[in-house]
Design a protein around this ligand. Structure first.
Ligand code: ARG
Ligand code: ZN
Length: 846
């Protein structure tokens, strides 16, 4: 059953107050609700329908008199008075039997909730839609030292707690936690002087992993005041770490709940990348307090209103805390690998989808990451000052609202006087625009003309794409390497459009799409020499990296297609960059990276070739071997020069040095044997050093002892063991990856109902391009077997992993046939969830 944006109708009733009482019990939790309803004057339809799923209704009353509602599998209806009334109900639910991790469930003996998007209906009967906002009071009874809900505590007793949240909110922001937890506490004084108590609640044993998350929280609170003028609005802010969680984290009002992998950190157990990601997720969830909670979404089609904006805000935060160019490059790598794949395949959908069957399937890279790119473009187009003004107006006008994309764009139109009608296509059209740039040089006039032609390939979601507004940042680099024209933002609005630069003495090299100013695929036919010139001189850090990446991609493509040796000119130029001590180490580490296998497959597919995963793997391996051989001396020097002696800090500076030395160590292992990696492994006092050495050892085939040692050392740390499981799959040889994954599923600690552990093995398999797409088809079959097994237990995690198959039409007929068999086998499974059915039928129809 499909739900459409165009069918939106407000709910027939307003809810002023909700009082909930929980009597906790693993299998028989009782939930009493007392809810005040009155007719919504804005709504025509007065049908009284409350969502409810998997609930055992014990009793129901209206204004104290028993009623007998009509109950179905999705909710209930009831005759109600015309005047305001109180609805009361009691239901029974089974948290321990809830393996889907949606609604109220148990994880390692603690109770917790996940209600976004539609989990509250598994807790009690309620109008479970984001435009119904109310004030919640919650009473919790249960034999647990810690009993938490949203807002401020109003009463605390033995096995009893009462909470009141003064801010009206939709049910998806409700949360409850109960268990034997320990708080890591701190304080924050807001800009107006409000004292806020901060707590990070963890299971006993995890106390040592809280300090970093707490610092990140305080930094986020300060940053949102400084940059957006947003202040926190309760006396208390709680975060709870939970081991079993489908996603990263959740922004419940005053009670954020986190996947423990997204909050717990210590130098010994977390990598630098983990620290950076944790800092970003803490910020993301905190920022939702304004962009998501104070201003929420009218309906789930508007999800990007809160997610795109909040991702954009957390990326600004990370850029400010760390290196802006390094963050931008990382984000673009991620966008290209996840969002472009989605946008160019059968799952393509607009940033604001117009229909869905299961909303959980739309928490996608398109809604989140492309949604953030759209905000970035808007800011580029209107400028920083107008962006700030528009945001101020947005917060002022829509505080307390369940808003829409129309509301959002309107504040920009009003502050800037711009007509955003065409810009709005970014929200309604699926697909990645292709932009072709051609150059015309008039030596006599000293004039360079750039002509842009844009075209978005049609998709099922958008059969007839129209031209988009493209902010294209361009600068010009002169023959001597100096910048002869600083960055100028060209606004491309037509299918084809030209811009001129004049007053030029000599023909410059155009640096186009600086900072990746629009999420498009750019085709700019520069010569190799021009790209080498940009790699050596571009003053835009992103495009300098991009020049190197394009040269790397071209070199790899000719290795794949023609067996040629790696491009020597590119390697020479890269060597110069690597040795340039004026460039930050993290940036040089990125320069040493190569396009991923899936990225190369996509480029091949784009140029009409059928990608051969085995050939791609061989080309990447031989290119890395060549880099290692050619750069051996420089790499050895970098390793020594940038090895960190100081006590471990997870900041940008030290992390950058470790990224560079570990990239060097990994390459050197190819030409100098495993001694350096083994020594680093043995001497490591932090997980970044230990894990990267372990990866190099396993990849070189000499990791058996280190794997055993690592397991012995970390067997009791679930988060570290996730790394151990994942690394063995990701570093496996292509013909062994499926067998390694299979063997790991037989390990005593392969707790497949835990999403982190399941993803450690099967997410890694899906991302191992040559292993997953091995010609035998065993990767496909193994993943399908386990998706079938997981679906009845946890549909949401199953459906997410189905995206491993989304690119299947790129490959040869044999592989397509093998995948088709697996897709059909999964689809034929009796009782397959709505989540998985929707994902696979969209993929299958491609
Ligand atoms: N709002 C959360 C975040 O982005 C994500 C929750 C997604 N949950 C889900 N079941 N789809 O921070
Ligand atoms: Zn979010």
């Amino acid at each position: 059953q499909t739900i459409y944006l165009s069918d939106y109708q407000p709910f027939g009733y307003l809810v002023d107050e909700v009082a909930l009482t929980f009597d906790l019990d693993p299998h028989k939790t009782r939930v009493k609700s007392r809810i005040s309803f009155r007719r919504n004057p804005e709504a025509e339809d007065g049908e009284f329908f409350l969502h409810g799923e998997g609930l055992k209704l014990i009793s129901a009353q209206i204004d104290g008199k028993p009623v007998t509602p009509k109950v179905t599998a999705s909710g209930l209806t009831c005759d109600v008075p015309d005047t305001p009334f109180f609805w009361e109900a009691e239901v029974e639910i089974d948290p321990k039997g809830n393996t889907a991790l949606e609604g109220l469930y148990m994880s390692n003996g603690m109770y917790c909730t996940q209600c976004e998007a539609e989990g509250f209906r598994k807790i009690t009967y309620y109008p479970d839609r984001p435009d119904v906002m109310s004030v919640f009071t919650v009473t919790i009874n249960g034999p647990h030292p810690v009993l938490l809900s949203n807002g401020n505590p109003v009463a605390q007793g033995q096995n009893h707690a009462e909470w009141h949240d003064p801010w009206p909110k939709p049910a998806y922001l409700f949360a409850l936690v109960a268990g034997d937890l320990i708080a890591h506490s701190d304080r924050f004084t807001t800009m107006s002087g409000r004292e806020v108590d901060l707590n990070l609640y963890v299971r006993p044993g995890d106390e040592g992993k809280c300090a970093f998350g707490m610092e990140a929280l305080k930094a986020s609170m300060k940053w949102d005041e400084d940059v957006y003028g947003r202040e926190y609005d309760l006396d208390l802010f709680n975060i709870v770490a939970v081991d079993d969680f489908n996603m990263g984290a959740m922004e419940n009002k005053g009670l954020n709940i986190f996947n423990s992998a997204a909050v717990l950190a210590s130098p010994e157990t977390s990598t630098d990348d983990n620290f950076e990601r944790i800092e970003a997720i803490i910020a993301h969830e905190y920022f939702h307090n304004w962009t998501g909670n104070r201003i929420t979404c009218r309906d789930w089609f508007q999800l990007c209103l809160k997610e795109g904006l909040t991702v954009y805000r957390d990326s600004q935060f990370t850029s400010d805390m760390r290196s802006a160019p390094v963050k931008r490059i990382g984000d673009v790598i991620d966008l290209r690998s996840r969002q472009f794949a989605e946008d160019q395949g059968p799952l393509a959908h607009p940033v604001r989808p117009e229909s869905f069957q299961e909303i959980n399937n739309f928490y996608t890279a398109t809604v989140y990451e492309k949604g953030a790119e759209v905000i970035g473009m808007l800011k580029t187009l209107v400028g920083d000052e107008a962006y700030s003004k528009a945001l101020d107006l947005y917060f002022e006008r829509h505080d307390g609202d369940a808003a829409t994309i129309e509301d959002w764009l309107k504040v920009f139109e009003e502050t800037t006087g711009r007509d955003l009608t065409q810009f709005k296509r970014w929200y309604s059209q699926a697909g990645t625009p292709r932009v072709d740039v051609t150059e015309a040089w008039d030596a006599g006039k000293g004039m360079l003309t750039l002509t842009f032609a844009q075209h978005t390939p049609p998709s099922t979601a958008t059969p007839k794409p129209a031209p988009q507004v493209l902010p294209i940042a361009v600068g010009l680099i002169g023959p001597d390497g100096s910048e002869v024209a600083p960055t100028r933002v060209l606004e491309v609005t037509e299918a084809e459009q030209s811009f001129t630069f004049d007053g030029l003495d000599e023909r410059p090299v155009a640096s186009v799409l600086r900072g990746f100013s629009a999420p498009v695929v750019l085709k700019h036919d520069l010569s190799k020499d021009e790209r080498l010139h940009l790699l050596a001189h571009d003053s835009d850090a992103f495009n300098r990296w991009e020049a190197g990446r394009t040269l790397a991609r071209q070199s790899l493509l000719s290795t794949i297609l023609h067996g040629s040796a790696p491009d020597a000119d590119w390697l020479d130029a890269l060597q110069v960059v690597l040795s340039d001590e004026t460039l930050e180490p993290a940036y040089r580490a990125l320069m040493l990276g190569l396009p991923g296998h899936a990225d190369l497959a996509s480029t091949l597919h784009d140029t009409g070739e059928t990608p051969d995963p085995a050939a791609i793997h061989r080309a990447v391996e031989s290119t890395r071997d060549a880099m290692a051989a050619r750069f051996a001396e420089v790499l050895g020097d970098l390793y020594t020069r940038h090895t960190v002696d100081a006590p471990y800090r997870p900041d940008a500076e030290q992390s950058g040095k470790r990224a560079l030395t570990n990239a060097a160590m990994s390459l050197l292992t190819r030409v100098q044997g495993a001694d350096r990696a083994q020594a680093q492994f043995d001497g490591a006092d932090n997980m970044t050093q230990q894990l990267s050495a372990l990866a190099a050892l396993v990849r070189s085939g000499q990791g058996d002892k280190a794997l055993a040692d690592f397991e012995a050392q970390w067997r009791n740390d679930r988060l570290v063991m996730d790394k151990w499981f994942g690394l063995q799959v990701s570093q496996a040889k292509p013909d062994e990856a499926a067998a390694v994954a299979q063997r790991l599923t037989e390990h005593a600690d392969f707790n497949w109902k835990n999403p982190n552990r399941f993803r450690a093995v099967f997410g890694s398999l899906a991302m191992h391009h040559a292993g997953f797409h091995h010609e035998s088809g065993k990767g496909y079959k193994l993943l399908a077997d386990w998706l079938i097994k997981l679906d009845p237990v946890n549909p949401q995690t199953t459906a997410r992993l189905c995206s491993a198959f989304q690119t299947w039409r790129r490959y040869d007929v044999d592989r397509q046939k093998k995948i088709e068999v697996e897709l059909d086998r999964i689809l034929a499974t009796p009782g397959l969830s709505r989540d998985t059915t929707e994902m696979l039928s969209r993929i299958r129809e491609a």
